[in-house]
Design a binder for this molecule. Sequence first.
Ligand code: HPA
Ligand code: ZN
Length: 335
Amino acid sequence: MNNFIKGLPKAELHLHIEGTLEPELMLEIAGRNGIKLPYESVEEIRNAYNFNSLQEFLDIYFDGMKVLIEEKDFYDLTTSYLEKAHSQSVRHVEIFFDPQAHTARGINFETVINGIDNALLDGEKKFGITYKIIMCFLRHLDQNDAFKTLEMAIPFKEKIIGVGLDSSEKGHPPSKFKDVFLKAREEEFVTVAHAGEEGPSEYIREAIELLDVKRIDHGIAILNDLELTKYVAEKRIALTVCPLSNLKLKVVDHIDKHPLPEMLAKGLVITINSDDPSYFGGYINENYEAVQKTFGLGVETLAGLAKNSFNSAFINDEMKIRLCSEIDEYINNFE
Ligand code: HPA
Ligand code: ZN
């Protein structure tokens, strides 16, 4: 089944570009930028990746990305992700970036967006991977900071399809960002939000009702609210689920405790994604493989998950149909 997953055309809809920074590249970029890291080797870095919570991960994640200074650093980071994505049959990607984590260190918004966007542009030419960019607000910061970030993004509107919400979830509900999301919608950004990862199902409800999100990132707490589950399933609001992330951050104790089977049984639109693959021990295919193996998912379910990824992407219907037919063709030719 791993061979089937390997060649299965798919989209990745929940991917933080800063979370793709592999230790090798971190050391290389630190070296050329003259940055002293608290680690000497790739092994030491990997050994530090043991997390008991989202916050423990975030501390290391924000620290690691401090090596990114120049436009070329963001370009190289994104290019190296695209090479990996191409090798895993990713046809379309919608990537998150965290501007505030960079502007707070004195890096210009422009440096970040241009580095990422140029790499995606070149990656599309080279690999045929189409893309969208989503800018996330850090929810541990205040709404005012998010407003300032939105202002910075407006001149780059053509390059950014939407806004999202990430970082420390507990104690930072979607309602805290109601006004800035309204302003973003007025500026014609689509909206998404991390909700129900470590936080309660109530945050998922808020994200839908107050932020008008078109997808929920993670959302695995949804099953605690049956009425909401029914609503989200009926409205076909997709959830971007990241199984290895949930395991690594101890949101679930064991992969076989993951709520994915029940979420599928409730008719929710589920997509499988990698979140921060460098930190969580696997890219998108390793995430598909983990749930396939644990829950014995068959070809039809896997293909359904991949079709969900295309159908829930921020692309036009013509593209959705073309990409989904690539899946059908793949299945027909698969031995
Ligand atoms: N949750 C919240 N914020 C994040 C994550 C996540 O999984 N990854 C990167 N920022
Ligand atoms: Zn995430």
